[in-house]
Design a protein around this ligand. Structure first.
Ligand code: PLP
Length: 364
């Protein structure tokens, strides 16, 4: 095999099989409407907390437990049901390590968040994709029909990215009930912009696992903070799989301040909700097809000129995310909505860019 002859140590078959993930980071100066981050800032209290951290504080290994107790209380759960993670991305990695191995199946309604497949590709599981229709509604019947005795994990982002579509609670319940032998991950990264949750099922239904992040509404993507919530019996296995110090001391120190400043969170969420209405009205006015969103972004169908559109936006210093290569998303671009001020800038750039590329209705 060519790999064996290559200079240097021989790689595992697993890592050679792993999917590469290349987020278009690099130069992200300008208005960042490409990663669904908070476009403005985190709570000022978080920065205050950072200012009070001493040199001696940093000499200690981080302790998750006290902060987990606080998060559990905030979510109405027991501390044993809560695990803090280095972002939801680490949570996904931990879930893949906990539930997936040779002979197992990951059931994945697509299009969806990329990292489920990235981490699953680092295991020997088989990925079973279930394609949503043109409206990107949750394909509940196909998901139910695809559950097998080998299903070990079903990953559902609710609301979903990049589509912004939500799953009806009765559909979630149907899937959870039809796969009692599989972990069902309900990824609520965009919960704050949607308002509905399945957190009440945690502990009551053994196969439900809910994830939340501090990267989106809270504006803390740089700190890397995520939460997993599940029944204690399941959580003890996830605690084995996770690295003990993966959530660092600065993140742990800041988290209580972020949670306590609920007024700030409410303000930002209200900005996003107003912005979403503004942005969707602009798309309607400009005759651009889009999928009405329950999150802090909108998926628009730009059609064959999607790349030219993203480039035209970039020339106006506005970054957007081309999702054209996602399954069923040909010609689609995902645009984050943030504060009203930022969204108005985004809309102005959108109008100019569509004009520049000569976009016309029917092109999509
Ligand atoms: C952004 C996003 C995440 C990533 O969250 P981190 O906590 O920053 O790792 C997870 N799931 C979905 C669906 C997302 O869109």
């Amino acid at each position: 095999m060519a790999e064996v002859k290559a200079a240097g140590p021989i790689l595992s078959s697993t890592v050679r099989r792993m999917k590469e993930y290349h987020p278009p980071l690099g130069d992200r100066s300008g208005l960042r409407l490409d990663f669904n981050e908070n476009t403005f800032a985190c709570s000022p209290r978080v920065l205050e907390t950072l200012g009070h951290i001493s040199r001696a504080d940093l000499t200690k290994y981080p302790e998750r437990e006290p902060v987990e107790r606080l998060v559990a209380k905030h979510l109405g759960l027991e501390p044993a049901q809560v695990l803090l993670t280095n972002g939801v991305d680490e949570a996904i990695h931990v879930l893949c390590q906990t539930y997936l191995d040779a002979g197992s199946e990951l059931l994945l309604p697509v299009p969806t968040y990329s990292m489920y497949e990235v981490y699953a590709s680092g295991t020997e599981t088989r990925v079973l994709r279930v394609q949503a229709g043109n409206d990107f509604a949750f394909p509940v019947q196909q998901v139910l029909d695809s559950i097998t005795p080998a299903t070990r994990l079903i990953a559902i982002a609710n609301p979903n990215s990049p589509t912004g579509q939500a799953v009806r609670r009765e559909d979630l319940l149907a899937v959870i009930e039809a796969a009692p032998h599989a972990a069902v991950l309900l990824d609520e990264a965009y919960f704050h912009f949607f308002g509905e949750t399945a957190m009440d099922l945690v502990g009551r239904v053994p196969n439900v696992i809910v994830a939340r992040t501090f990267s989106k509404a809270y504006g803390l993507a740089g700190l890397r903070l995520g939460v997993l919530a599940a029944a204690e019996e399941q959580m003890q296995w996830m605690r084995r799989a996770i690295s003990p110090y993966s959530v660092n001391a600065l993140a742990l120190a800041c988290l209580p301040s972020a949670i306590e400043d609920s007024a700030y969170l409410d303000w930002y969420v209200s900005e996003v909700l107003a912005s979403r209405t503004l942005f969707e009205s602009a798309l309607t006015r400009l005759d651009v097809p889009y999928w009405p969103s329950r999150a802090n972004f909108v998926l628009a169908n730009i059609g064959s000129k999607h790349q030219e559109f993203a480039a035209a936006m970039r020339r106006r210093n506005v970054l957007v995310r081309d999702r054209s290569s996602d399954p069923g998303c040909d010609g689609c671009v995902r645009i984050t909505v943030g504060t009203r001020e930022h969204t108005e800038l985004g809309i102005a750039a959108l109008e100019e860019s569509l004009r520049e590329i000569g976009w016309m209705k029917g092109e999509a």
